[in-house]
Structure formats: structure tokens, C-alpha cells
Ligand binder design. Sequence first.
Ligand SMILES: [Cu+2]
Length: 133
Amino acid sequence: MKKVLLFCTALCLAVAMGCTQSSTTEDDATGTATATGTATTTPTTTAPADTQAATLTIADMSFGDAITVAPGTQISVTNDDSVEHSVTSRTEGAFDVHVDGGQQATLTTPTEPGEYAFYCVYHPSMTGTLIVK
Ligand SMILES: [Cu+2]
């Protein structure tokens, strides 16, 4: 009878320890996941705010609203469409950037202030305006 009791106690202890160990591991995993999520969210929130003034997003065959930038600024051009577009100035040689579908490119704005009309060489009906000042 005593032997059975001892065995039971040992088994109960083992189960209890097993439970404690597994729950500790889960807590650790949850803690790590939360920390990682927070770390990832912070830079993502910061990045668009910093680059907002120098970003041109092409979507639905449109350049969107006119953008105003400082001379000699680097603009990040994002093509959200599946087809290639270009950002080509009507002022010859001012800028001409081609971006494949789903890709990004960098456009350096002219150093001469002014209003630059541009279009897409593949879809000439797509037009936009870049204001440098
Ligand atoms: Cu185009």
C-alpha cells in the first residue's frame, strides 16, 4: 500500500513539473513574439513619415497628385501596377526613370527649380507634374 502511494506521489510530481515546464516555455515564446512585433512596427511607422515628401507611387495607371520637392532630391518611385511605367520629363533630359511592375526605382530631381510635366513613354495618357522649388 505504501509503495503505491509513493509511486502515485512521484507520478503526480512528474506531471506537475511537466506542466510547469511546458507553461514556462509558452510564456517565453509569447514574450519573444510580442517583443519582435513591437520592434518591427516601430521602424515601419517611422519610414513613411520620413520619406513621404520624396515618394512617388504609381498605381492604377496614374501618377497621382503633383508632387513638390527640393532641387536635387532623390525620390523613391514605386510602381504598384503589374506593367512597366516610366517617369519621363517633357523637358528633354531632366529625368527619365523606368520602373518594372511591382518594382521601385530612384529618381533624382533636377537642380533647376521649376514645374516639370512628365509622362509615361509606354502609356502617354499617363501624365503628372513635378514641382521643384
Ligand atoms: Cu505606363
